[in-house]
Design a protein around this ligand. Structure first.
Ligand code: C2O
Ligand code: CU
Length: 477
């Protein structure tokens, strides 16, 4: 598949985030002219009967221009690069028929979805080329932005960077959802940001060895279009436009902001609505994270991504990826003063655990175990309805993006400080800086299984493939 896979356990070379090759440039010096149109991923049509909606996906290979003018071998769902957006309705049942035509094992993980471990698409769900996997489950999530991507052992980075990723929008019938823009591609706009690594022949790199080869470029993409020297355009026919941003990069942090320094009205984090709409000037997304914001447009607004990483190469760049030009005369109602009720956990009786992110020479670890196989990874066992508070302690000097499957978490502490603002929302993926720590709280509800496991891992995909992954089993007692 896609030129073969390097051995896992290549190790985190450049432990201190050595600036191997500075990511410079970005297109922020050019005028913010819209010289290409934003591609909106197709909405995947399902067929519904008896409130079960069935979707068909094929993981396939193809070619795409990741670097403008250069053909890369890529992969996608039902297309050559990335995949269609799925819309799930809270309370409905979905059935997915997913066919693997990659020529290598794959899985499809529903990142952020609260579903049974057996349907979660973790490494235990790997299925071979030519096989169709058909998970089915009730959508228990409320309105939020999720995504789907492969999660087989040792090949996650390779498969995701070649394009296997798509967005999932969960809709619900809350008053808040009714009050927000929701017309897909019109006033509800998906934005998938990626920073990849490619050599000049278009060969996309996915492991540490690949990243350390010389002469690479680090193309930045918005919905699959290279925005290194192009600012995409979108004409908004409604004054209020909602954006759902996913950072599908293998490693980099994407900070979204306006080129004019103005504010974005953030309405949601990874796991749904904030308590109230919050004016922010930047939205910092680690690999795997999502956020939603709205803009009430009077004049054109240019959105930028500041791309940073402490991993391997250091450096940063600013990319004007989208200019939104209003062509609307409507006056939107005020946003609801309360978007969501978030009851903060009182963790005084919660069970405490420590999850240590570590590294030993060539290996990445959780709690001292290198999770490159199901038998070698650390296993966290808990029980249904357990209430827990975890300290995620980063014993490395590298930046990590901590992701927990199954249940949303609240942040209790970030590097010893109490969270404020949008950090009081619900998350499934959060930054843990080198040498830092976060404390998170969660409740394990609804699902038990003593054969299938959820995963917890670093969402820097190279780190995950190199072993920074552990298993979580939720049982009856
Ligand atoms: Cu988005 Cu376990 O992953
Ligand atoms: Cu990591």
């Amino acid at each position: 598949f896609l030129g073969g896979m390097a051995g896992v356990g290549l190790g985190a070379v450049g432990a201190a985030g050595a600036a191997f090759s500075l990511l410079t440039g970005g297109n922020n010096n050019k005028a913010a002219a819209a010289d290409g149109t934003l591609t909106i991923p197709d909405l995947l049509e399902g067929t519904t009967s008896d409130s079960t909606t069935t979707y068909t996906l094929t993981a396939q290979t193809g070619t795409s221009e990741v670097i403008s003018g250069v053909t890369s071998t890529t992969a996608g769902y039902n297309q050559s690069f990335l995949g269609p957006t799925m819309k799930w309705t809270s309370g409905d049942t979905v059935l997915l028929n997913i066919t693997n035509s990659l020529g290598d094992d794959t899985t499809v993980h529903f990142h952020g979805a609260h579903i049974p471990a057996k349907m979660d698409g973790g490494p235990q769900n790997a299925f071979a080329d030519g096989v169709t996997w058909s998970p089915t489950f009730e959508v228990k999530d409320e309105a939020k932005t999720l995504w789907y991507h492969p999660h087989a052992l040792g090949t996650t980075a390779e498969q995701v960077v070649h394009g296997l990723a798509g967005m999932i929008i969960v809709e619900d019938d809350s008053d808040t959802s009714a009050a927000l823009p929701s017309e897909y591609g019109v006033d509800d706009i998906p934005i998938i940001l990626q920073c990849l690594a490619s050599d000049s022949s278009g060969d996309i790199k996915y492991d540490v060895t690949g990243y350390l080869s010389s002469g690479l470029s680090y193309p930045v993409l918005c919905n699959g279009t290279n925005v290194d020297s192009t600012t995409l355009g979108f004409t908004a026919t409604k004054t209020r436009t909602r954006f759902r941003v996913l950072n599908a990069s293998p490693a980099d942090i994407m900070t979204v902001q306006r080129s004019d320094g103005g504010t974005l009205t953030q309405i949601a984090t990874d796991q749904g609505y904030l308590t109230e709409a919050t004016e922010v000037t930047t939205i910092r997304l680690v690999a795997g994270a999502r956020a939603e914001f709205v803009l009430d447009l009077k004049d054109a607004v240019t959105l930028q991504a500041v791309v940073t990483t402490g991993w391997i190469r250091g450096g940063s760049g600013t990319y004007d990826f989208l200019t939104v030009t209003p062509d609307a005369s409507d006056t939107p109602d005020d946003l609801p003063s309360t978007l969501n009720t978030i009851t903060r956990y009182d963790t005084s009786d919660f069970t405490a655990r420590t999850i240590t992110l570590g590294q030993s020479g060539q290996n990445m670890m959780i709690n001292g175990s290198v999770g490159t196989s199901m038998s070698s990874m650390a296993m966290i066992s808990t029980t249904l309805d357990a209430e827990e508070v975890w300290t995620i302690s980063n014993g490395t000097q590298l930046e990590h993006s901590f992701h927990l499957h199954d249940v949303p978490f609240q942040l209790i502490e970030i590097n010893g400080e109490e969270p404020t603002g949008v950090d009081l929302g619900w998350f499934d993926t959060f930054e843990v800086v080198g040498g830092g720590s976060i404390k998170i709280a969660m409740k394990f509800t609804d699902f038990t299984d003593d054969t299938y496991m959820y995963m917890l891992h670093c969402h820097l995909l190279q780190h995950e493939d190199e072993g920074m992954m552990a298993a979580l089993m939720v049982t009856d007692s």
